[in-house]
Design a protein around this ligand. Sequence first.
Ligand SMILES: [Fe+2]
Length: 125
Amino acid sequence: MKELIIRKCNHCKAIVRVLEDCNCKCGIICCDEEMKIVKANSTDGAVEKHVPTYEINGDEIIITVNHVMEEDHFIEWISAITDKEEITKYFKPGELPKLKCKYTPNMTLYAYCNKHGLWKKEVEK
Ligand SMILES: [Fe+2]
């Protein structure tokens, strides 16, 4: 299963998706400090409101998150990733956090809440 690597600056709150992480000791720097890896499923947010759920219909997967979509608290994006591709859909408050795409075995699903961070679910089939 491929892992999504996200790093966040604890000062300015910038977030970057890392395609290939730093293998030396310098790290990825923002505001003069190393950006920290954002761990999935690690905040105090309610699991059932953040972990993506899915339904597989033939060769299609429908991914949703049972979360509010308010102005100050919402799911910013959902990603479905495999070893070969990453599919990401971005959302605004008021929109339905739902991603429909081609199903591929060994998918890992991610959702990002603007308040509660990164959440992950591995597709079982
Ligand atoms: Fe949240």
